[in-house]
Design a protein around this ligand. Structure first.
Ligand code: NAP
Length: 324
């Protein structure tokens, strides 16, 4: 099979298009033939070798895939050859991620993919939608709340916009390009604001009649957290999802607003939180509340280009790699 592998840590240029033998599923495993793999920003962080998770070399990046079950190991129940699935991790994901044609998974790592969701869209579910779902749960929104998705044009942000809108909240989404703003509006935001605009904090205040959003889902905390604390509504909740550096904040603003600042790291969720999250995503995919948005499709061999693009401003949903 074809696989993208890193034999050393570094930038996108260290990714190689390799041939590897196809693995056979062991007891308690299924073999999935992937049609698409999702590219997440953290794939690029991990490749540098300086991230919290440092895989042994060589390794294949990728946490998210979608395809068809093609073999079932001893002791596996409830899954059959031919099932369409999306995957979240692999049985040995630190070495063998989703940037390859075939992966081995435990049953808890495969989730049903409805017929009307394409494989490319399926590869956009696991990390982005689970993150959006857990972040919304952590934010404990209440009826009538205004939810600001600060960084809504990317894959996490769009899933958050869709699910917050479906849940009945007033949704504001930000993006940094006209295309991104149009996409965020099309996917359900009541209002959109350009986060590159120097006056965008004032615009957000105006949109909420000076009160501020009740919930902020924050994709770039090292840039925005202190502003978020300025604009958050009294007793509001800020959920830090993305962060790429340090920031100075004034903690007095948290006191004055009786605000809650929380966060999440997907890899730190409990097994039960992951299971419950995927059950919620299954329901959201079935109802149409969650509609994965694929902005860019590239062949697997162009994984390095996908890594460059995922770190370039101007997000328009998910970047996926299509298998040969
Ligand atoms: P993505 O698809 O690359 O999207 C990045 C988003 O950030 C885009 O909407 C981008 O908007 C926006 N952005 C850029 N500059 C911004 C600014 N100044 N203020 C607010 N937003 C800004 O990435 P993603 O997959 O959605 O992930 C988003 C972030 O969450 C990344 O940092 C990722 O590493 C992190 N993340 C964390 C977890 C976790 O477990 N905590 C899980 C998944 C992702 P434009 O491109 O339109 O400017």
């Amino acid at each position: 099979m074809k696989a993208i592998r890193a034999h050393e840590f570094g930038g996108p240029e260290v990714l190689r298009y390799d041939d590897m033998p196809e693995p056979a599923p062991g007891p308690g495993q299924v073999r999935v033939r992937l049609h698409a793999a999702g590219v997440n920003p953290f794939d690029t962080y991990m490749l540098t070798g300086t991230y919290a998770i440092k895989p042994p070399l060589p390794y294949s990046p990728g946490a998210d895939g979608a395809g068809v079950v093609e073999a079932v190991g001893d002791g596996v129940t409830g899954l059959a050859v031919g099932d369409r699935v999306y995957t979240g991790g692999t049985a040995d994901h630190q070495s063998y991620g989703a940037y390859r044609q075939v992966v081995l998974c435990t049953p808890s790592q495969v989730h049903p993919l409805p017929a009307r969701v394409s494989f490319a869209e399926g590869a956009a579910v696991n990390v982005p939608a689970l993150t959006a779902h857990v972040a919304l749960e952590r934010a404990t929104p209440r009826g009538g709340d205004v939810v600001l998705v600060h960084g809504a044009s990317g894959s996490v942000g769009l899933a958050a916009v869709q699910m917050a809108r479906a849940a009945g909240y007033t949704v504001i989404g930000t993006a940094g390009t006209d295309d991104g703003l149009a996409l965020v509006a099309a996917e359900g935001a009541h209002h959109v604001v350009d986060h590159r605009d120097a006056g965008h904090i004032e615009k957000l205040q105006t949109l909420t009649n000076g009160r501020g959003p009740d919930v902020i889902l924050e994709m770039l905390a090292n840039v925005n957290l202190d502003h978020d604390l300025t604009m958050i509504a009294p007793r509001g909740r800020i959920v830090v999802i993305g962060n790429r550096g340090r920031i100075e904040i004034d903690p007095r603003k948290i006191m004055a607003k009786h605000a809650v600042v929380t966060g999440l790291a997907l890899w730190g969720l409990t097994a039960e939180e992951v299971t419950r999250g995927h059950e919620a995503l299954a329901a959201a995919l079935a109802s149409g509340a969650l509609r994965p948005v694929v902005g860019t499709e590239l062949p697997l061999a162009e994984a390095a280009e996908a890594h460059r693009r995922v770190m370039t401003p101007g997000a328009r949903g998910k970047i996926v790699l299509l298998m040969p």
